[in-house]
Design a protein around this ligand. Structure first.
Ligand code: ADP
Length: 248
């Protein structure tokens, strides 16, 4: 039976030259939720995120994905299982068009089963699917522009489209709103909500009004440890959380 938690970490610990950036963290992300990881600067959010997406190897502890131990796996292997990290700007090829970027992502997903001579994987069919994805993220009118020409918020929407091409079960978003104005924040929030309708989302986000608006559940980290967990109302009224934020 599938676990209720898509992600579960046990005793997750990461040391950098003896310094514990993440200390004995038990993070559980429930299926179908938007879960935010917050905390003051230096709390260990990015390290935690990199451990879960397998960009870093823990010093000790385990990471379970749908009950399966992925601790020893590589990022591309966990991506193949459906655990996909977005917002790596490098995932977008600046001089390909917006449409070509998504087509390339689809071709990559098809991997060895991709054969250009098969009708179901012809460029025309892939471009139909790519246009669908571009519509889902609201950048279809930019399809024939080079990715480099996109406004910043639209580029991030394109990154989501290339991520959705992998048909992930779980999306991990690293500061999805970083550097965005109010209009882009509203648009990307709507997009995340739509994407999360049939997926699980874990995000690290600094903008607390975005966190309040989007998250079903929040984990607050401080000094590498879990300080509080719960709804936004619960964690934001927790004196220990208020103190941790004020101390920075
Ligand atoms: P956050 O994302 O919450 O701001 P980080 O996970 O980036 O926190 O960092 C947590 C702590 O670990 C910080 O004190 C940071 O300086 C330290 N740290 C992070 N990465 C490294 C590294 N590669 N080498 C040494 N120290 C690191």
């Amino acid at each position: 039976m599938a676990s209720d938690h898509v992600i579960e970490t046990e005793g997750l610990t990461k040391e950098f030259k003896g310094f514990r950036a993440v200390n004995n963290v038990r993070l559980r992300v429930a299926r179908g939720t938007i879960h935010a990881l917050i905390g003051p600067n230096g709390a260990g959010k990015t390290t935690c995120f990199n451990l879960i997406t397998k960009f870093l190897q823990p010093t000790t502890g385990r990471i379970l994905y749908n009950g399966r131990d992925i601790t020893a796996m590589k990022p591309h292997d966990v991506a193949r299982l459906g655990l996909v990290r977005s917002f790596q700007i490098s995932a977008v090829f600046p001089h390909l068009t917006v449409l070509e970027n998504v087509r390339v992502a689809l071709q990559r997903t098809l991997g060895t089963s991709y054969h250009f001579w098969k009708p179901e994987t012809s460029v025309a069919v892939l471009d139909d699917r790519a246009m669908d994805l571009l519509e889902q993220v609201g950048v279809e009118s930019y399809a024939h522009l080079q990715a480099v020409e996109l406004p910043y918020g639209r580029k991030r929407a394109l990154e989501i489209a290339t991520t959705l091409a992998l048909d992930p079960e779980m999306l991990l978003l690293d500061e999805p709103m970083a550097g965005m104005g109010r209009e882009d924040i509203r648009r990307i929030s709507d997009l995340i909500r739509r994407v999360a309708a049939n997926r699980t989302v874990l995000m690290v986000e600094h903008n607390l009004s975005v966190v309040a608006d989007l998250s079903d559940r929040i984990t607050v980290l401080a000094r590498g440890e879990i300080l509080a967990e719960g709804s936004y109302e619960e964690v934001s009224s927790n004196p220990a959380v208020v103190e941790a934020y004020m101390g920075t």
